[in-house]
Design a protein around this ligand. Structure first.
Ligand code: DGI
Ligand code: FE
Ligand code: FE
Length: 193
């Protein structure tokens, strides 16, 4: 098991002060949610420490990492630079750090888009990232409250918010995000048409 303190040092060296603070906040949030929902705390902290590790690498180098890997990234992902770091975080954790826990690796890989069939750990990391203490958007207080009430309802609300924001900003919507949304409204019985 890779010591978390070592990874924290690595994160500190890999990103700006502000991003490092965000990563630590996501760790704290993931730990609280992990305790609340009986998830493994080591996995929560490990995935949180890793989730934005490659965020500040140049997009061009990240694209090369993706193209050289065996990941078949969709056209939409390749066209959306803000999504690169989730995929390259996964590649980095797996290939450079030798992380083998697929649940942790997937929590990193899907922390920006979500996906259908997310594990509890993946949901925790996705939500912890969206509600970390450095987030300032209007709805965040409501999401923070909801995160301790029901993981799936909270996830749906955040995905909804993200999709609205993407549409408003003329951004592409990755298939994984839509699949995540569709699965949640069906499972939560919220489907209307
Ligand atoms: O890395 P963080 O800033 O902590 O958070 P994140 O991994 O959720 O990334 C946020 C960025 O990604 C922000 O610029 C919004 C953007 N984003 C989130 N979901 C999507 C997205 N951009 C595109 N194009 N498509 C998405 O589904
Ligand atoms: Fe991120
Ligand atoms: Fe983040």
């Amino acid at each position: 098991m890779i010591p978390l303190k070592e990874l924290e040092e690595l994160a500190k060296k890999s990103v700006s002060k502000k991003r490092f603070k965000h990563i630590i906040n996501v760790c704290e949030q993931a730990e609280s949610l992990g305790k609340h929902y009986h998830e493994d705390i080591y996995q929560c902290r490990l995935a949180a420490l890793l989730h934005d590790m490659t965020k500040e690498l140049k997009f061009e180098s990240q694209l090369q990492m993706i193209l050289k890997s065996d990941i078949m990234a969709s056209d939409i992902i390749l066209k959306s630079t803000p999504l690169y770091h989730a995929v390259t975080g996964y590649i980095y954790a797996k290939d450079e750090l030798g992380i083998t826990d697929i649940n942790v690796l997937n929590a990193v890989r899907y922390h920006t888009t979500g996906r259908a069939g997310m594990s509890k750990l993946e949901k925790i990391i996705y939500i912890a990232d969206a509600i970390s203490m450095d987030r300032k958007y209007k709805e965040v207080a409501r999401f923070r409250e909801l995160s301790f009430v029901d993981l799936d309802i909270c996830l749906l609300e955040i995905i909804r918010h993200t999709i609205r924001y993407l549409v408003k900003d003329n951004c592409l919507i990755p298939a994984d995000t839509l699949n995540c949304y569709n699965e949640l409204i069906v499972n939560l019985g919220e489907i209307r048409c």
